[in-house]
Write a protein that binds this ligand. Structure first.
Ligand code: GLC
Ligand code: CA
Length: 562
């Protein structure tokens, strides 16, 4: 096993807009993050990933960048950024930034230039095509955020490609100049001292030549089709990442994590294999996409625990010793993990601790999304117009035309899977607006903040927060947590998820109840519990327990060293 700081560290993800507002304008900011460094230090995290903080018209909350080298005014100044970086480094915390280069904002000077005429030297910084024979969009691809992936520019009579919103035109990675601009910009940030990048939708950057339409049978009620086969992990993506690695990444002691939707463990090895010189790790989506129904995330359906096991088992095994996993359930695009994978009412605390035990004992680098460490939950706003996320709002527009869902059905789906579940303000204390702002927050606060907040979590020694602290401390003391080899126990059980971890002559067993009822765990005969020592549990356990037959309480989690 090759030891690396980015394998042993725990990442804490900050969505700056919703973290802490220092000046009462209702928007979280960089000074707000600085103010909370002591809190993060207390929790014991090692690395922070910041969602985009660059200049942006905020069509997609900063994922539409108009200047890669300046800070969004609402968040602060470049000086504030430098102070933040400095203060984090002083506290022994590393900082990784978001790199959003599949697309820029349509307000980026490159795009403004590109759009100005067909002969602009910036024209082929983006992907422009003539209308098809019928005078319509060049192909039938649907954008991730509903509607066509093409937008007509009246002035030049051509369409530009945008896999996301029409304010997020795709950069043309086939153009060497574009790649050089990106590498220069990355180098500029590394020279400032940042410690790495999380790379937004990085496996979408290379498109199949000719941009073929998806087959007719994929076309939906909206008239468009998902064209993923022509750009997901496209033809030259590995070539570009190797080039980026050679030109930039290899020169610094940094970490990289690629956001890669729709990838297999085999792809995962291509991106993260230690002999590949591409990325350190990726975010795969198979486990968080469990339970999608006919309208995808908007029509969730139950899924089985064995499905989760099958997915995670293959990722753990395929990457063991050769690649590297990122471990997460929640981020700014996903619902809160207790709401989706646990129980956000009577067993909220226990299930939050159980899920944490799971993520932090798998092989890989765990990510904690802000608020996860206090067991924050999904929110249920009463009407769709209380939501801010353009994915939700665009879907709402779409269904008004297609009728594939009623508003009630969509709202139900949003309550379970909408991205704003993760974006409501961080709950600091029981004062108005959860102590997030003294002003009017940019998005509503979850009304449960009087019960669930940092203040309460710090005072209560049995809280989710204190459990995370213990887990993080343990991870610093036991290399078996990040590096140990995972082996599933009781593969077919639909409620108990148990596995052993092995590192050299050390062996642990992790036993998790993923259900809200009691369940009997019968230790397999080949696992000797005679000298077992309890490492951590989320309930009080009795030393006289018969460890060969354990009656697990709802969402109980136990770790034993064998
Ligand atoms: C990624 C981001 C998401 C954003 C999208 C477009 O999936 O995580 O928040 O909307 O890319 O940049
Ligand atoms: Ca502010």
């Amino acid at each position: 096993m090759e030891r690396k700081w980015w394998k042993e560290g725990v990442v804490y993800q900050i969505y700056p807009r919703s973290f802490y507002d220092s000046n009462g304008d209702g928007i979280g900011d960089l000074k707000g993050i600085i103010a909370k460094i002591p809190y993060l230090k207390e929790l014991g995290i090692d690395i922070i990933w910041l969602n985009p903080i660059y200049a942006s018209p905020n069509d997609d909350n900063g994922y539409d960048i108009s200047d890669y080298r300046s800070i969004l005014k609402e968040f602060g100044s470049m000086q504030d950024f430098e102070k933040l970086l400095n203060a984090l480094h002083q506290a022994g915390i590393k900082l990784i930034m978001d790199l959003v280069v599949n697309h820029s904002s349509d307000e980026h000077p490159w795009f403004i230039e590109s759009k100005s005429s067909k002969t602009s030297p910036y024209r082929d910084y983006y992907i422009w095509r003539k209308p098809n024979e019928e005078g319509k969009e060049p192909n039938n691809w649907r954008s991730v955020f509903s509607g066509s992936a093409w937008q007509l520019d009246e002035q030049t009579g051509e369409y530009y490609l945008h896999l996301f919103s029409k304010k997020q035109p795709d950069l043309n990675w086939e153009n060497e100049k574009v790649r050089k601009e990106v590498y220069d910009m990355m180098t500029w940030w590394f020279e400032k001292g940042i410690d790495g990048f999380r790379m937004d939708v990085i496996n979408f950057i290379s498109k199949v030549d000719g941009l073929p339409s998806a087959s007719e049978d994929k076309v939906g009620a909206d008239g468009y089709a998902w064209g993923g086969e022509y750009f997901v992990t496209g033809p030259r993506v590995h070539q570009y990442l190797q080039e980026m690695n050679k030109e930039v990444l290899s020169k610094y002691d940094i970490m990289t994590v690629g956001e890669t939707g729709d990838v297999s463990p085999e792809d995962g090895m291509m991106f993260t294999g230690s002999d590949r010189d591409e990325l350190n790790m990726i975010f795969q989506f198979e486990h968080v996409n469990l339970g999608q129904g006919k309208e995808g995330k908007w029509t969730p359906e139950p899924y089985r625990l064995t499905e989760l096991k099958t997915i995670m088992d293959k990722w753990q095994k395929k990457l063991h010793g050769k690649g590297w996993n990122s471990l997460y359930f929640t981020n700014h695009d996903q619902p809160r993990q207790v709401s989706k994978f646990g129980n956000d009412t009577i067993h909220r605390k226990e299930s939050a601790k159980m899920l944490a035990t799971y993520l932090h004992t798998l092989e890989g680098t765990p990510y904690i999304y802000q608020g996860e460490e206090i067991g924050m939950t999904n929110v249920q706003f009463e009407s769709l117009d209380q939501y801010k996320d353009l994915e939700i709002l665009n879907k709402w527009e779409e269904i008004k035309h297609t009728g594939t869902l009623t508003e009630e059905e969509l709202l139900k789906g949003v309550h379970i899977n909408g991205r704003d579940n993760a974006r409501t303000p961080m709950q600091w204390d029981e004062s108005p607006n959860a102590g997030f702002t003294t002003g009017e927050p940019w998005i509503g606060v979850n009304p449960n903040y009087k019960m669930i907040n940092v203040d309460e979590s710090i005072k209560d020694t049995d809280s989710v927060f204190h459990y995370y602290k213990k887990l993080l401390q343990l991870r610093k003391e036991h290399l078996i947590m990040p590096y140990g080899k995972y082996q599933l126990v009781l593969e077919d059980h639909e409620q108990i998820y148990a596995y052993t971890k092995t590192l050299e002559d050390e062996k642990w067993i992790v036993i998790l109840n993923f259900g809200d009822t009691e369940v009997l765990f019968e230790m397999p005969l080949d696992i000797q519990m005679k000298n077992a020592k309890l490492i951590l549990a989320n309930y009080v356990t009795d030393e006289r327990d018969n460890l060969d037959k354990i009656m697990l309480k709802p969402y109980e989690a136990r770790i034993y060293a064998l």
